[in-house]
Design a protein around this ligand. Sequence first.
Ligand SMILES: [Zn+2]
Length: 121
Amino acid sequence: MAEEKICKICKKAFTVNKYRPNQDVCSGVECQYRRQLENMAVWRKRNPNYFKYKEAQDDSWKETCKHRSLEWRKKHKEYLRLYRDAHKERHRNYMRKYMNEYRKKKKMEENAQDKNAQASE
Ligand SMILES: [Zn+2]
């Protein structure tokens, strides 16, 4: 059986959520909103150094960011290296083909020049 409680804000009976047995406010929008405000006020009283604390947190957060981007760069480098390794063979083949073409072209040009030279003799 679900437990019934009296809402501490609207004073109406409500059924306690079985996942939140300590609930003392009903699920009404108004009551939930008021509960949040109350919680915030209580929380602020309990954490007077929050803003100081937050600054300290921000510093560590910045450090975390810096660290993370370094990590990312490291990983990225590793990734690039892996990528290059994976494509090395392809790149080598491409370069070989390119150089062959280049040499062929050059040879043809040289031959043509030779022919021209011969023709002008
Ligand atoms: Zn209520």
